[in-house]
Design a protein around this ligand. Structure first.
Ligand code: ADQ
Length: 464
């Protein structure tokens, strides 16, 4: 039977009943039918990883995972994927740390993935690999003899040739992308940057969305990811009974809530957001005692230096803002580094008057879509959105800001806090229509259809 095989760095094996699914598991939920396989890293570091994957069956889906050694993890995950590719593709070349050893580690883990997965693949399988950890995997699976449809989706942005040139192994990686039949990006801008790189850096022939390199054809297209808007919206309504949401709502005593929810990552523009909030309170004393900013940002990737530095900077800024503006009965900034259950998050978005989503660069940003899906039609909150989030390409009715400009973010927050109800409703209806149309379900279906067609086309083009 033809199977879909999903590959990603981390594998969301369903745990206890009621455990909430992460973003990728939600996005691919419709593909998780009996017979599907999901392959990736177990999340474990062991001294002698077995080449045999561990298999877990849940609701007919097979989850196959391999372990990594600490050395693998340091080179592949901390070193190359998050120390070089992540900063480069988020336009932070200055933070990029490239080392041959780390790149070799990255290749070696991809080879291990390809070896273990290749041994389990059947000729009529369709393979869909995800994200920047696994760019060379497609070529390596081809080297193992797999000839079926191979797709790849990049969840983070791509960079133009002038920036990609800074990465010493960029040419190899761009050629690796071209081993897939279909490569998906969050926006047309990222897809175009990729095609430009293939053309200018490798001399590939580009025709529309098709790239031809060394006799193979690959389609590079935009396929924006979404959320399960119906389910998220239902959760937001039900979350009025959530204890944390009730406690927070009770503590507001009529004050407006502005909310930010992000992994603690330097791409999310958090220091600039805190400065913008200080700027709002400085320019508009009328908001004193009338607003709270709740920033929820769970720590992530603390093995990487830059993430530890960011944490100290945010602690310092948060202390400074509260020290300067607090009154005995009003703390302007509430800041938590904990993860929150999805239901609680949905409820917090719903009671917020303003959603502040201001990344410096972001592939899509699902928080922007979740915020919109959680609002009520009668009394909706207003979204302040960075123009450099992929989501801004669709969500034009948000208040679009330059995230490098704290003054402009402060002005947009003021506009959001004082926006008349009819305008809030009008903007919300337009945004809601988009979030409910470009859903997670629409994303996976569109990608899979395009992958089937791309495979046929690439075979025809090779024969032409
Ligand atoms: P991320 O960089 O992780 O994803 P994002 O798209 O915002 O960014 O997704 C984060 C998810 O984590 C959201 O569903 C959010 O609700 C959840 N989350 C954040 N903080 C949380 C907290 N404190 N507690 C619980 N949940 C929390 C990458 C790319 C993005 C791209 C996605 C999907 O960087 O650009 O949109 O993949 O493709």
């Amino acid at each position: 039977m033809a199977r879909v095989v999903i590959v990603s760095n981390r594998v969301p094996i369903p745990k206890a009943r009621g455990a909430s699914a992460g973003g990728l598991a939600v996005a691919l939920r419709d593909l998780l039918k009996p017979g599907t396989m999901w392959f990736g890293w177990s999340g474990r570091q062991v001294s002698e990883p077995s080449p045999q994957p561990a298999l877990v069956e849940a609701r007919g889906v097979t989850y196959a995972t391999i372990d990594l050694s600490s050395e693998d993890y340091r080179g592949f995950y901390v070193g190359f994927a998050n120390g070089a590719l992540w900063p480069l593709l988020h336009f932070r070349i200055g933070l990029m740390r490239f080392g041959r050893k780390e790149y070799d580690g990255y290749l070696s883990v991809n080879r291990r993935f390809a070896g273990a997965l290749g041994a389990m693949l059947q000729p009529d399988d369709t393979v869909w690999a995800h994200d920047y950890h696994l760019i060379p995997l497609g070529r390596m699976l081809r080297d193992c003899g797999f000839q079926g449809p191979l797709g790849f989706f990049l969840h983070i942005p791509f960079a133009p040739p002038s920036m990609m040139e800074a990465l010493p192994v960029a040419r190899e990686l761009i050629a690796d992308f071209c081993a897939y039949d279909l490569v998906g990006f969050q926006t047309e801008e990222h897809a175009r940057d990729f095609r430009d790189c293939a053309q200018r850096m490798l001399g590939a022939t580009v025709q529309g969305e098709w790239i031809r390199l060394n006799g193979r054809s690959t389609r590079a297209f935009a396929c924006p990811i979404g959320i399960d808007a119906e389910a998220f919206s239902r959760d937001a309504v039900r979350a009025v009974n959530d204890k944390v949401v009730q406690r927070l709502a009770g503590s507001l005593t009529g004050r407006a809530l502005a909310i930010g929810v992000d992994r603690m990552d330097y791409s999310k523009g958090l220091p600039q957001r805190f400065e913008a909030y200080a700027c709002l309170l400085e320019k508009h004393p009328e908001h004193h005692r009338r607003v709270h900013l709740l920033q929820i940002c769970p720590r992530s990737r603390e093995e990487v230096d830059e993430y530890r530095k960011l944490r100290s900077e945010l602690d310092r800024l948060a202390g400074r803002i509260n020290g300067r503006f607090s009154e005995f009965d009003w703390t302007p900034l509430r800041y938590s580094t904990r993860a929150a259950p999805r239901m609680t998050l949905a409820g917090l978005y719903r009671i917020a008057r303003v959603g502040v989503v201001t990344p410096l660069r972001d592939g899509m940003n699902l928080v922007a879509k979740e915020f919109v899906a959680a609002q009520s039609d009668e009394d909706p909150g207003v979204l302040v959105l960075s123009r450099f989030a992929g989501a801004a390409h669709e969500m034009r009715e948000a208040l679009i800001v330059n995230p490098f400009d704290p003054d402009a973010i402060a002005d947009a927050m003021h506009q959001a806090l004082t926006m008349p109800t009819p305008e809030r409703r009008e903007r919300h209806q337009a945004l809601k229509e988009k979030v409910f149309r470009t859903t997670a379900q629409a994303y996976s279906q569109r990608f899979m259809e395009a992958l089937g067609q791309a495979k046929i086309q690439s075979v025809l083009r090779a024969a032409a």
